[in-house]
Design a protein around this ligand. Structure first.
Ligand SMILES: [Zn+2]
Ligand SMILES: [Zn+2]
Length: 458
């Protein structure tokens, strides 16, 4: 879709609302703004009292669209007008269910990540300006905590540091939280969560980078050392797995095998760079191999055998470089099913745990295995042969965001999109207005489309 710049009239109108609470609004021009559709700047950072709609979950009730009143911008807070936000599958039960497992405790704006135009900043903000198009990251990527300093900003610890501050009030005065909640007309967050992007990529495409595609690209482009001419097996052809396919292609992998039960997702995978696709439902046989003590921790697995055969070396002369016993890299992007697909086939194991075992079994003795998924049953465990785990050389590389550093990588992912090296547009399924956010999550849960994106200001 085409990007839609803020009209001057609209900015004036919102600036007028922004003046509630004492701050006078003024308009500024600027070169950097012209590059982003001429969005005018609002000089005031006093946004207290501004009304806006948001999709809010309160305790365990299903979320609904309600009107909120913004709190004032202080310190390093940033306010953006949200253009697009994708509905991550990991949030579907929070939206669609109303049991105690999904309770939030506080009123919380749903969603994690999005994209929008900055309309106001707090006095301490350095890295972004009014008028910038910014991605609202999944993580803070603060650059200062232990994990960030050790190149793992996907595990940035700053988000958990200190008490969460409310960003708005409900009509009855209840505080509303949600620094990354972008299922709203406005998002109020801290500077560490936003990254300015100087790109022609559309907001809906950029929105895919928050969480899903950023995670998938991170796994094959950063976390897992995919190199030229390598073999990569990717379990799961949702937006994360498909982004991993594209990342593996960019890194020069020669064989990219996508394992996915849903036919249209396999087809999409082939269009986006997979060299082969496999339906796991065709290889469901998993036979326990009894241990000496009568237990069964080892399996003969038809899918693992098939994938190993597909990635077999073309000669067996060990003294001439042979000896690899599996693909160079295995990527897991499956997780546990939170919702049964409406019409599409479900994978062999809805808990997703079998895939984790298969990843370990398939990985070559010195290869890498990257995992990123969530949604497994809380009482599920992966069992790994102790000797292999302790003495083997398989490299397990887990990560919430798949190793992506949002602030470092979002810009380069946009650049790869501009040059046609990756195709984020192919990951954008259906778009919805804010009033139909619940329907968007239901469609995401049912998996008849590759993804759903909410455009809160349309
Ligand atoms: Zn997510
Ligand atoms: Zn950090």
């Amino acid at each position: 879709m085409k990007s839609s710049p803020i009209s001057r009239r609209r900015a004036l109108r919102t600036a007028g609302v922004a003046a509630i609470g004492g701050g006078a609004a003024a308009l500024l021009g600027g070169g950097t703004l012209a590059a982003q559709g001429g969005a005018p700047a609002i000089a005031s950072n006093n946004q207290a009292g501004r009304k806006y709609k948001a999709f809010v979950k309160f305790n365990q009730e299903r979320p609904t669209v309600v009107e909120l009143t913004a709190r004032g911008l202080t310190g390093n807070l940033v306010l953006l007008r949200v253009e697009a936000a994708q509905t991550c599958y990991s949030s579907v039960d929070q939206v669609l269910l109303n049991d105690e497992r999904t309770g939030t405790g506080n009123a919380t704006i749903v969603g994690h990540g999005g994209v929008g135009i900055v309309e106001a900043v707090g006095p301490q903000v350095l890295s972004t300006r009014v008028g910038d198009r910014v991605i609202l990251n999944l993580h803070d990527a603060c650059g200062r905590c232990f994990n960030c300093l050790h190149m793992r900003s996907d595990k940035c610890a700053a988000g958990q540091a200190g008490p969460q501050q409310p960003v708005a009030n409900m009509a009855d005065g209840k505080p509303v939280f949600g620094r990354t909640g972008a299922m709203a007309e406005l998002a109020i967050t801290t500077e560490e969560y936003v990254t300015p992007l100087f790109t022609t990529v559309s907001p809906a495409e950029i929105a895919m980078l928050t969480c899903v595609a950023g995670c998938g690209l991170g796994m094959t482009m950063t976390n897992c050392p995919v190199d030229a001419a390598s073999d990569v097996v990717i379990f799961g052809g949702g937006p994360i797995g498909l982004a991993s396919v594209m990342g593996a292609k960019v890194k020069g992998a020669s064989t990219i095998i996508l394992v996915e039960p849903i036919p249209y997702r396999r087809e999409l995978g082939m269009k986006l760079g997979a060299t082969h696709v496999v339906d796991p439902n065709q290889f469901k046989t998993r036979t326990p191999i009894p241990n000496a003590g009568g237990t069964s921790d080892h399996f003969k697995d038809a899918l693992v055998d098939h994938l190993r055969e597909m990635t077999k070396e073309n000669h067996d002369r060990v003294w001439s470089g042979a000896g690899r016993n599996g693909p160079h890299h295995v990527i897991e992007a499956v997780g546990g099913d939170r919702w049964k697909p409406k019409t599409q086939p479900q994978g062999p194991d809805p808990t997703g745990v079998t895939v984790l075992n298969q990843c370990w079994e398939l990985g070559s003795s010195i290869g890498s295995i990257a995992t990123c998924s969530v949604g497994h049953p809380s009482d599920a465990f992966v069992r790994i042969p102790a000797a292999q785990w302790a003495d083997g050389a398989k490299h397990h590389l887990p990560g919430t965001g798949g190793g992506t550093n949002d602030r470092r990588d979002s810009g380069r992912y946009c650049r790869l999109t501009e040059t046609g090296q990756i195709n984020l547009k192919a990951l954008v399924g259906k778009t919805y207005p804010l009033s139909q956010t619940r329907e968007a999550y239901l469609e995401c849960a049912e998996r008849d489309v590759i993804s759903t994106v909410v455009l809160p200001n349309t």
